[in-house]
Design a protein. Sequence first.
Length: 367
Amino acid sequence: MNKQLPRATKAAILVEQRQPLVVDEVGLPESLDVGQVLVRVHYSGICGSQLGEIDGVKGEDRFLPHLLGHEGSGTVLAVGPGVRHVAPDDTVVLHWRRGLGIQSATPVYRWNGTALNAGWVTTFNEYAVVSENRCTPVPPNSDLQVATLFGCAATTGFGVVENNARLRIGESIVVLGVGGIGLNVVQAASLVSAYPVIAVDLFDNRLELARQVGATHLINSSNADLGQEIQAILGTPGADVVVDTTGLPEMIQLGLAKTKPQGRVVMVGVPGVGSQVGLFSLPLHFGKKLSGSHGGDIDPPVDIPRYHDLYRSGRMELRRLITDTFPIEEINEAIEAIRLGDVNGRCNARLARIIAQQTKFESSRCH
C-alpha cells in the first residue's frame, strides 16, 4: 500500500452485544489483497438491521469484536490487484448486495493490539477496505448524503415493490413500519400508481413523512385497532399486498390475515431469534403468498444507476428522507434517537472530516 495512504481510521466498533458501540482509532490492513478497494467513507446510513445486529436479533455473534455499517458513500483511494470495475478517485455507493467484480477476502483491522473483524463492506469507519463487488460507481457530482440511500434503504424499498411484491397499477398495499426502507416502499408504491397506499407506524412524525412521499392513508398503531382500521379502508377482502418491515410476529400474522385470498405478504424485517410466527397455512395452498425479501433482490450495477437517474430526474424524492445527520463520534446518540422514534426518516452518520458537499441542505438537526 502506498505510504501516503492512511494507516489508521476512526471507527465505531461492536465489542459486546446490547451495549453501546466503542468509537476509537483502529489500524488499517497494511496492504490491499486481490479484489480489495480502499474507500474514504463520507456518509453512512444507519439501518435498522444494524440495530438488530447490536441487539443480537439473529443470536450470538461469533465474530466479535467487529466493524459495522453496510450502506454508504465514498471516494476510492486505492485498489488492489485484479480490480477492474472501480478506480482511484471514483465516487462510489457502498452496498451489501453483491455487485460486479471480485468478492475479496474480508479485511482484518487491528485494535488494541488484536485482530478486529469486518465483512466485505463496513461503513461506520472513515476509511474502509471493502470488496470490489460491494462498490458501484455513481457520477462524481452526486449528492453524497443521498448516495447512501442507494446502498440499502432506497434500493431495498423500491426492489421490494418491483421484484418481491410485483405491485401493479391500482393494487392496494399496506406498509407496516415506515422507517428508512418502509418510506421507500411507500414512495415506490405511489410511483406505480398503487391505491390505496396505507402507511402504519407507532410515530406520527414518521407517518407525516410517509404522507409527503405518497401514502394515501395513515394509521398510528399505538392508539388504534390496526385490524379494524385496515378493514375500514379496504373492506373485507383486504389488501393486495402487505409489506412488513418490523419483523414482529404479530405484524406478520396480521399481514396474512388482512390480505386477499390471492394476496402477497413480503417480510423485510427479521423476527428475533427464538420468535415464532403462527399461521394457518391453508390459504397458502390456494394462492396467498408469504415471502422474505433479500435486499429487494436488486442487482446493484443495474439498479443503482437506474434509481440514481430517476432521482436526478426529480421523480424520486430522497433528500427529504434524510432527516438527521450525526458525526461518527455521536453514533450512540444517533442510535438512541432512532430507537426512541425521534428520527423521522433516515439517519446518516458523517465520517469524513472535510466534506465538499452542499451544507445548505443539511437538516436543522445536524450536529
